[in-house]
Design a protein around this ligand. Structure first.
Ligand code: FAD
Length: 310
């Protein structure tokens, strides 16, 4: 059995595996796709100490760093179930979709998240070419340009406020007839001169010139009329979905499905720790995922040295 088994090979899982392996304990990592969301990212400009890089380049650095240690890497494998130990200090079991079963004294869940997509024509085609999901990451690429934010919840209105300081103009499109964002955020957005909010707007298409986004089409749900906006960027802010469906009933999840973690990355199940975008950790970023992966690995190590083997 492993001492530490990490599920997930994004920045959180890679960081957790390196921190665990550096303690000289048996470490494994199971990942569906090594690199996670970072593989889908083009420009990364906020990974501190690296001025600018690209996702696949950062991922190859991550993999090289993990391979420098004695870590058993199981790629292209999905975990489908976890079973807690019968008693504290016992072995925790992870079932894979392939049917294989892995056992470990501690577990680190780092399965990340995925952005909820609009599922309209043009969204996939222009992803990374005007269609964006992370204002902290991609906001500065639209300096002085016009953008839209899809979604009027907290993340949408926060994104609009954030972007309004960088871009020329922001249009927020909300599907419902009211905004779900907190009143303070709505007031702040309304006080800024360059944010317009359109309610009852259903985005129906991302428009581009073959290279870049040039606008979007939406239906005014009140009149049924189809309208167009000219834009350089579209920030989709309709939710981040944690990859935790397979954990339901095994560890405690928040109402949004995020793994509830304590200060050491601990979860409701003894010996099971979690890190990164799959958890309740505030702000989903690469540097934060890596930090929380380190925390979870050190938390797991602490657990291992304090818990008698059962
Ligand atoms: P993820 O990166 O999501 O990795 C999850 C891992 O778990 C993957 O290996 C996946 O295959 C695996 N997995 C999932 N389910 C299972 C399962 N059941 N069994 C086995 N493995 C599983 N952040 C920044 O800081 N700067 C940026 O510029 C930036 N740009 C971004 C651009 C885009 C387009 C996107 C989508 C995100 C961006 N982010 C950026 C956010 C950043 O990518 C995430 O915060 C970070 O990747 C989270 O790391 P993670 O390890 O928690 O999860």
């Amino acid at each position: 059995p492993f001492d530490v088994l990490v599920v997930g090979g994004g920045p959180a899982g890679a960081s957790a595996a390196i921190y665990a392996a550096r303690k000289g304990i048996r470490t494994g990592i199971v990942a569906d796709r090594f690199g996670g969301q970072v593989m889908d990212t083009m420009a990364i400009e906020n990974f501190i100490s690296v001025k600018a890089t690209e996702g696949p380049k950062l991922v190859s650095g991550l993999e090289e760093h993990v391979r420098d240690y004695d870590v058993d890497i199981m790629s292209s494998q999905r975990a489908s179930k976890i079973i807690g130990a019968e008693s504290v200090g016992g072995l925790i079991e992870v079932e894979l979709e392939s049917g294989a079963k892995l056992k470990s004294r501690s577990l680190i869940l780092a399965t990340g998240a995925r952005w909820r997509e609009m599922n309209v024509p043009g969204e996939q085609e222009y992803r990374g070419r005007g269609v964006a999901y992370c204002p902290h990451c991609d906001g500065p690429l639209f300096k002085g340009k016009k953008v839209a934010v899809i979604g009027g919840g907290n993340s949408g209105i926060e994104a609009a406020i954030d972007l309004a300081g960088i871009v020329e103009h922001v249009t927020v499109l909300e599907f419902a007839d009211t905004l779900r964002a907190d009143a303070v955020l709505q007031d702040k957005a309304r006080s800024m001169g360059n944010i317009d909010i359109i309610k009852e707007a259903q985005t129906t298409e991302v428009i581009g010139n073959g290279e870049q986004v040039t606008g979007l089409r939406y239906t005014d749900r009140k009149t049924g009329e189809s309208k167009e906006l000219e834009l350089a960027g579209i920030f989709v802010q309709i939710g981040l979905v944690p990859n935790t469906e397979f954990l339901k009933g095994a560890v405690e999840l928040s109402p949004r499905g995020e793994i509830i973690t304590g200060a050491q990355g601990d979860t409701s199940l003894p010996g099971v720790f979690a890190a990164g975008d799959a958890t309740t950790v505030p702000y989903k970023q690469i540097i934060i995922a890596m930090g929380s992966g380190a925390t979870a690995a050190l938390g797991a190590f602490d657990y291992l040295i304090r818990t008698p083997i059962m």
